[in-house]
Design a binder for this molecule. Sequence first.
Ligand code: SAH
Length: 479
Amino acid sequence: MRGKSGVKRSKGPGGMGDTGSGMYRKNQEIELEITDLGTEGEGIGRTDAFLWFIRNTVPGDRVRATVMKVKKNYGYARLQKVLRPSENRISPPCPVALTCGGCTLQMMNYEAQLRIKEQTLRNNLLRIGGLDLTHVSVHPIIGMEFPFRYRNKAQLPVGSDGDGLPVAGFYAGGSHRIIPCADCLIGVKENGPLRDAVLSWMKRNQILPYQETTGEGFVRHILIRKGFCSGEMMVCLVTNVEEARHGALQELAEALMQFPAVTTVVQNINTERSNVILGKRTKILAGSGVIHDRIGEVEFALSAQSFYQVNPIQTRKLYETALHYANLSGTELVWDLYCGIGTISLFLAKKAKAVRGVEIVPQAIADAKRNAARNGIDNAVFFVGKAEEILPREYGRTGERADVIVVDPPRKGCDERCLRTMREMEPKRIVYVSCDSATLARDLKYLLADGGYVLTDVQPVDMFPQTGHVESVVLMSRA
Ligand code: SAH
């Protein structure tokens, strides 16, 4: 199966001998050993050459499962019984771990989670990147001391229960069915009471949840953000229409501002019939519309729409690694591509001669400029646009080479035009921050292909404990 990134994922293995789907049918029972983990954190096992994807299983488990779907040489099955548990299997601390689609690794002890992420990264670099890691320092993953309560953001979809009453929680794995969850263990404790305050306000005022199927109703999501350093919290109510229920919205804002941590309440309007959570417009209902946080010595103001790393404790370690790899002495021109609200740019600016950030979301660049001014940083310039368009344009216009290029793209990785220009600019070092090791491997293959660069260091950082996501920073230097 190829994702949008064009990278072959471990799902749907091609090229295996056709064992014939006729061998298996729906509802049949199978028994097998789980040997691997898929990209979504699901266990993978085999019966002969047939590959099975089974949620809530752990490598090392022997399980009985019920066949749900059969493809040519792979299929999906539902766990029925763990016949012999893996030595890494634990009883998940969250009561909805098995139904909620969020923490796919919660039934695995944390040490095993870390090992599996290291393995995934290594496998992708070898298989997708075709890299020789003999002379590369692949460092052990930086894990968390306490791998819960780390998320500074919760996005709770709102819907109705069987009695038509509003509920908010998390989507069940692979679906849009809402699992009510009073206290998500990777989120902060305050989320539960704030969610309850919104739900009781909805009941009191007979405000309807949004229905995905009809496009009707008012409240789509509750988004809650916390600045871990400042303690400030924002609640953002995402609504389907603007609607003139000012009285009711004002009542909600006042109720939420009673919580000591809440410093601002905003309304975001999303009229689109899509899965994207936030719409383009945000209205302030109470407070300033932003909360503050600090990473190292840099302070940031965050609005509802700004991208901001969700695990602030690990973000600091991630950025420190990037800074270390950039190895700045104060004379360098640095490009920070996919810069968001300029977090990495500003983190590096104090140690560089000049930083140029590029980001596609205009609102994020407005935040980046404000954050630069707020921190008295005057050697950072920001561009709105696609990295693959801005970088070639600016390089073509000025002919100026970069000393260091940092990239931190979304999961789909970098566009080839961006990678090509990076190579042409011949920076001394390229630091690649990645949240998807498959696209990282693909992009490294391209960047290293002509021998101009060598890969020296790979540092995974566990930004998302209990989930299958693997974050890493790598350093390439001019050969
Ligand atoms: N470096 C930032 C943000 C990383 S997330 C941080 O650490 O906080 C990736 C960012 O890339 C997002 O802000 C997203 O809006 C932006 N983005 C996505 N596609 C892009 C493109 N083609 N060009 C530039 N930025 C892009």
